[in-house]
Design a protein around this ligand. Structure first.
Ligand code: ATP
Length: 301
């Protein structure tokens, strides 16, 4: 097992096979007041784009020529039935796909216009710029909350003195919406937090390395509704501060948190492709493809 897998955890297949809630879609919320040019913006905002991206596990082609632009500072939701390649696509975006021995890909992944798979680019550098939050919260249970947050720095090879670490811990926990709850017990173990708090701790850990992009693979699927809402609030607060890509089976969540949406679909004999992508409101309220309409309205078999 690689260090990243051990410390970052590995996404597992979702139990859900279809949208988890079949209620009428909710229009996208306003998100954070801090837009791309807003006061809350930190650092520059990165664009992420794939061009003709295909992927295989051995002989099994799982993605076919996926082209998608994920706008700087926006939340892009990836939706689609189980097995259509959403997690694979997400893992390609920070070079985790290649950790699987049989994995291959073709096409381009452009981070601020430069291909992250260009010869000479190091996966560790890409993963420092493109963070990942997984389905199940995976903090180090025995490690303190403080040390959990700064643990990513070491993995990313970032040196920081005590004052800087203190600053990053407070900033990251604040951005993750957890600071007020834990500021008086930073030395308590991460495993003592609730599931929802642990997931926000994992978000803080990702934010501490100051990534340009945050990938989230069904980050709320293991959480109760209250914790889910808190994580969604965190995502809304992060909007405009960095570029976010989230995989979700929850259509209401996609509608609430994202500004753009891409609907993936595979069949038994065709690899995953994007059927439709665009503004979330359009996909939910005026989809151009009947299959999109069926899926977002819970009519997909
Ligand atoms: N490590 C792996 N080795 C071999 N095949 C894999 C591996 N990971 C995923 N696959 C296959 O790739 C295809 C796409 O899987 P992926 O997990 O990306 O889909 P998904 O849309 O994220 O599904 P879910 O919503 O259930 O998580 C599936 O057929 C799956 O069986």
């Amino acid at each position: 097992m690689t260090e990243i897998e051990e410390h970052g955890g590995v996404a597992t297949a979702s139990a859900a096979d279809a949208p988890t809630e079949q209620l009428p879609p909710v229009p996208p919320g306003p998100g954070s007041a801090a837009g791309p040019d807003g006061d809350g913006a930190v650092g520059r905002l990165s664009s992420l784009e794939t061009r003709d991206l295909s992927a295989w596990f051995g002989d099994h082609k799982v993605l076919e020529r996926v082209s998608l632009t994920m706008a700087p500072g926006e939340v892009t939701a990836l939706i689609g039935p189980s097995g259509c390649g959403k997690s694979t696509y997400l893992r390609i975006l920070n070079r985790m796909h290649e950790m699987v021995k049989s994995a291959q890909l073709a096409g381009q992944v452009l981070l601020d216009g430069a291909d992250i798979y260009s010869p000479g680019r190091r996966p560790a550098d890409i993963r420092a710029r493109v963070g990942m939050v997984f389905q199940r919260p995976n903090p180090f249970p025995a490690m303190s909350i403080y040390d959990n947050v700064v643990s990513g720095l070491k993995l990313a090879g970032i040196r920081a003195n005590k004052a800087r670490r203190d600053e990053l811990v407070e900033t990251s926990l604040t951005q993750a919406g957890l600071w007020i709850e834990v500021r008086n017990r930073l030395r308590a173990p991460g495993g003592a937090l609730s599931g929802g708090q642990q997931q926000r701790l994992c978000i803080a850990r990702s934010l501490a390395v100051e990534p340009d992009v945050l990938l989230m693979d069904e980050p709320c699927s293991a959480l109760d509704p209250t914790s889910t809402r808190r994580v969604e609030e965190t995502i809304a607060d992060l909007r405009g501060r960095l570029t976010i890509v989230i995989v979700t089976h929850n259509m209401q969540q996609a509608a609430r948190v994202s500004q753009s949406c891409a609907f993936f679909l595979a069949t038994h004999d065709t690899p995953g492709r994007i059927v439709e992508a665009g503004p979330t409101r359009q996909l939910f309220e005026d989809p151009q493809d009947e299959r999109t309409s069926d899926y977002v309205n819970g009519r997909f078999g």
